[in-house]
Ligand binder design. Structure first.
Ligand code: SAM
Length: 249
């Protein structure tokens, strides 16, 4: 499957500035950049584009850390799939927090954001083996105890693809396994049309609920965590929903 066209940076945000901010953020994790590295990356991504500019803008601040379910994630047991892993920010946080690396699998449908993560963290050699990329979902039934899905549902435009995505998560989980993650949502009101900076899919709480239950999940917990950045049009009506759902045992 060809990678989708890179989205634009929102008004007031530019690649040079965001790249510089992210590098400063990632230096706080002890990453050291050689002389000329910023210029090299700026040239590369000016040419290639950044597939999801918002993901670059929040790189180095992994969303998994503030998910309400994260403190319940068992570190001793359970295999975890980061489904739609993007840059791998959340995978690195899991490792920093002591989750066994051999129990982590990160999957995406293209390499674009994964490679951006490797460029920013300069750790391709160390963690490349955790990442799998394929057009089709490559895992069998009941391979994982946990599936994490951060900011993925919101980029899936087609309803059928959304159903497939959730069906894959359900099948890949062991009975009693947990799907948890986050997606952009609407606090109330009508669905606004997609725009070039915001995510293509913003769901009402009821729509998220029916998507998850329609896929067979139970014991849903959906928490509205925060409003979204001002540069997303009509942002005062938008929020982030964190969710957690169980595959029946
Ligand atoms: C906005 S990014 C979020 C990345 C990461 N989860 C994070 O929180 O930083 C969305 C990611 O979902 C991936 N994606 C979109 N549709 C997908 C699908 N059907 N299966 C797996 N990954 C998908 C995209 O390639 C992209 O890397």
């Amino acid at each position: 499957m060809p990678a989708p066209k890179p989205l634009s940076f929102p008004p007031g945000k530019t690649l040079p500035e965001e790249l510089s901010n992210v590098m400063k953020q990632i230096e706080t994790y002890g990453v050291v950049y050689p002389e000329g590295y910023y210029q090299m990356l700026l040239k590369k991504y000016s040419k290639e584009g950044v597939l999801y500019p918002h993901i670059l803008m929040i790189l180095g601040k992994p969303r998994i850390s503030n998910h309400f379910y994260y403190s319940h994630v068992p570190k001793e047991t359970g295999r975890l799939l980061d489904y739609g892993c993007g840059t791998g920010d959340n995978v690195r946080q899991l490792i920093r927090d002591g989750f066994p690396r051999e129990k982590i699998t990160a999957f995406d449908i293209n390499w674009a954001s994964i490679n951006l993560g490797f460029d920013m963290y300069r750790d391709r050699q160390e963690i490349h083996d955790l990442f799998t990329v394929s057009d089709t979902f490559p895992f069998g039934p009941e391979e994982f105890d946990l599936v994490y899905s951060a900011s993925v549902l919101q980029v899936i435009t087609e309803d059928e693809e959304l159903r497939n995505y959730l069906a894959n998560a359900w099948t890949a989980l062991t009975p009693g396994g947990i799907l948890f993650g986050s997606t952009f949502g609407l606090v109330e009101g009508a669905i606004s049309s997609p725009n070039e900076w915001g995510p293509p899919r913003v769901m009402l709480r009821e729509q998220l609920t029916s998507s998850l239950t329609g896929a067979g999940f139970t014991c849903l917990d959906i928490v509205q965590r925060y409003r979204v950045p001002h540069y997303i049009p009509n942002s005062n009506n938008k929020c982030v929903f964190q969710f957690c759902a169980k595959k029946p045992a």
